[in-house]
Design a protein around this ligand. Structure first.
Ligand SMILES: C[S@@+](CC[C@H](N)C(=O)[O-])C[C@H]1O[C@@H](n2cnc3c(N)ncnc32)[C@H](O)[C@@H]1O
Length: 189
């Protein structure tokens, strides 16, 4: 069984229970970790393969799994329904307009004083600027869409949040040790 990511473990420094939405859960190692730790977990991804892997690995754990596109389908969630939204490297696949809409939906579905934990690639990442430019900071490289975030860009999407941690990290991804990503912990005001 894949170990949880370090970022998932760091969530426990801030909160240890509540309704948690994992956006873009992938194969679900972090969702399983959160459920084992005692969170009430909803895991969303548009990848059937990812969700099937999660289903076969989760055993008896009560994780709600949702196959949905996070750029269109967050409207299905009610206002203030979650204590925590967690998203590791899944919010970097969207245009500027889509990104603003997603961030504002995340704010809507979080309870007041709810936590928002996310990681996204930084404009300091070595792949920044490679491939075809679609918009400022948005490129397609080998068919792979990537939106890189500056500090200013992140902050522009975080009105209504207190920024608790904003840190650029390198070497944390097991898949690519050169990747530079922002690690963000924020609390809804
Ligand atoms: C880099 S992986 C990260 C997976 C997991 N969070 C992790 O840290 O291991 C990005 C995930 O985002 C999902 N994803 C990308 N675009 C999406 C979209 N529009 N709607 C839902 N999920 C999406 C992918 O299917 C993939 O599982």
């Amino acid at each position: 069984m894949k170990e949880p990511n370090k970022f998932a473990e760091q969530v426990l420094d801030h909160t240890k229970s509540g309704k948690l939405l994992d956006l873009g859960c992938g194969l679900g190692a972090d969702a399983i970790f959160f459920a084992e730790t005692g969170f009430e977990v909803t895991a969303l991804d548009f990848s059937k393969t990812g969700l099937e892997a999660l289903k076969s690995r989760k055993g008896a754990l009560a994780i709600e799994m949702i196959e949905a596109d996070l750029k269109d389908d967050l409207s299905e969630f009610k206002d203030s329904g979650f204590d925590i939204v967690y998203s590791r490297l899944s919010l970097q696949y969207f245009s500027h307009d889509e990104t603003s809409k997603i961030f504002s939906e995340i704010k809507r579905i979080l309870k007041p004083a709810g936590w928002f934990f996310f990681m996204v690639k930084s404009t300091s990442d070595p792949e920044y600027g490679k491939g075809e430019k679609l918009e400022n900071d948005v490129f397609v490289l080998d068919g792979y869409f990537q939106h890189f975030f500056s500090k200013k860009k992140i902050l522009s999407n975080m009105t209504g949040f207190e920024m608790v941690l904003m840190e650029e990290t390198k070497g944390e991804l097991t898949t690519n040790h050169e990747t530079v990503a922002w690690k963000i912990v924020a609390k809804k005001l």
